[in-house]
Design a protein around this ligand. Structure first.
Ligand code: PNW
Length: 444
């Protein structure tokens, strides 16, 4: 691969961390095995709303093929791997007795990673809430903070000797804004949304305390996806809708967690759910800000929808990925600067990537120049932010493998590795070789 194909990384720290990310429900499969309980996503997959009626039952079969997958990471040369624990695998009912077989899967995975010299970054929650807890109100129940802390202490006690990097939540704004438990998302669901936001923030703060107390040398953060919300037209109504959504998407969680206050425009709506000292309990010291970033989001006004918005047209001038997400590396660089200025924490980019539906060619190779171009442009943008003083410590590609892309099922592929879902065979794409080359070139 010619070096002109590589991004400029001159402004990144010498100890910069290169990694890849995945999540439990999207790759593990084995949903009925070894005593795992049901998650809300197992239930959604039975509603028929997922593209092609796909389910997570087999996914990438990572539960059985984790050794091979750690081998892929070793070939990539990544220093770190971000994964999530499936809460219902270790606590089938969400609370109460732990499932030893589920815990021992994450033991095997952790030990395999450490033996390969790859640092495990563990995320406690990547959307697969135990269904038993959903039936008790899920995140709409203020008690969820207790359930989550008990789960966090189980994980801390079991893995804290080997796993130091822990994230509480992945993208709380996504799983709250798009939660099925809000019901039909119209203006009547707004009160539930505010309650959920506050409960998740409380769970975050309480879990940070438990992790801090039980994991020696813990390095703790929360993972937020900051995507600038922009109006899809010049109309005032669209501008107002975009500004409103921006607060919920980008500030509703990091502001109270890192600054101890809700954004001004949300305070009156949160107030009914607020109890004395809640903000102190939410705002606990963190070691880093986990940032997921893909693209800006274009928004239009829509009456009688939750928060009065809908997704709108993207400007014709912006190039799009094959799944229609705008390619705008400058927005990434600006996002990094905003996070740095607003929260002042070291930043770890824990997701960035490119979705397509690329298939092998006649020779069996998976050639994905679009993904390489995308990653190169975004890493250049990150380097630019670093050169202007942004403290960015790591970059993780979403994702190691093609996987279950939520409502889109297996139709959208984000992997550096192609997965044939019939044979479950893994084939590194050309972007895999490119990323490996980049990491190898950085080792000094
Ligand atoms: C993330 N957006 O979600 C999730 O953390 C992953 O599980 C997921 O597979 C990945 O992105 C790719 O979709 C997002 O609309 C969903 O900007 C939507 C957006 C961003 C992130």
């Amino acid at each position: 691969m010619p070096t002109t194909q590589l991004p400029n990384t001159a402004s990144l720290r010498p100890d910069f961390i290169w990694g890849v990310s995945t999540s439990s429900f999207q790759i593990e499969g084995a949903t009925q095995e070894d005593g795992r309980g049901l998650s809300v996503w197992d239930i959604y997959c039975r509603t028929g709303e997922i593209k092609n009626h796909d389910t997570g039952d087999v996914a990438c079969d990572h539960y059985h093929r984790y050794r091979e997958d750690v081998g892929l990471m070793k070939a990539l040369g990544v220093q770190a791997y971000r994964f999530s624990v499936a809460w219902p695998r270790v606590l089938p009912l969400g609370r109460g007795s732990a499932n030893e077989a589920g815990l021992s899967f994450y033991d095997r995975l952790t030990d395999e990673l450490l033996a390969a010299g790859i640092e495990p970054w563990l995320c406690l929650y990547h959307w697969d809430l135990p269904q038993a807890l959903e039936e008790r109100g899920g995140w709409l129940n203020r008690e969820s903070a207790v359930w989550f802390t008990d789960y966090a202490s189980l994980i801390a006690a079991r893995f804290g000797d080997r796993v130091k990097r822990v994230a509480t939540f992945n993208e709380p704004s996504m799983f709250s804004l798009f939660s099925r438990s809000l019901g039909k998302r119209d203006s009547r669901s707004e009160d539930k949304l505010h309650r959920m936001i506050h409960n998740v923030n409380l769970a975050h703060g309480a879990a940070v305390d438990v992790l801090r107390a039980n994991v020696i040398n813990a390095s703790i953060g929360c993972i937020h996806n900051r995507q600038p919300c922009r109006p899809s037209s010049a109309s005032e109504a669209d501008a107002a809708a975009a500004a409103r959504l921006d607060v919920y998407w980008n500030a509703a969680f990091p502001d109270p967690q890192c600054r101890g206050e809700y954004p001004l425009s949300m305070r009156a709506a949160i107030e009914p759910h607020m109890q004395p000292s809640d903000l102190t309990r939410i705002c606990r010291p963190l070691d880093w800000f986990g940032l997921n970033h893909y693209s800006p989001v274009y928004v239009k006004a829509r009456a009688d929808s939750m928060l009065g918005y809908d997704f709108g047209d993207k400007p014709a001038s912006l190039p799009l990925t094959p799944i229609g997400w705008p390619i705008d590396p400058d927005a990434f660089s600006r996002t990094l600067q905003e996070v740095h200025a607003r929260y002042g924490l070291p930043i770890c980019v824990l997701e960035n990537g490119y979705g397509d539906s690329g298939q092998p060619d006649q020779t069996g190779a998976v050639i994905d120049p679009g993904r390489i171009e995308f990653l190169k442009a975004y890493i250049n943008a990150m380097n630019e932010a670093a050169s202007s003083g942004v403290d960015v410590r790591g970059y993780f590609v979403w994702s190691l493998l093609d996987n279950f892309e939520w409502d889109s099922g297996y139709s959208i592929r984000f992997g550096l590795t192609y997965v044939d879902y019939a044979s479950l065979r893994r084939t590194p794409k050309s972007s895999f070789g490119w990323y490996a080359g980049l990491i190898r070139g950085m080792q000094r």
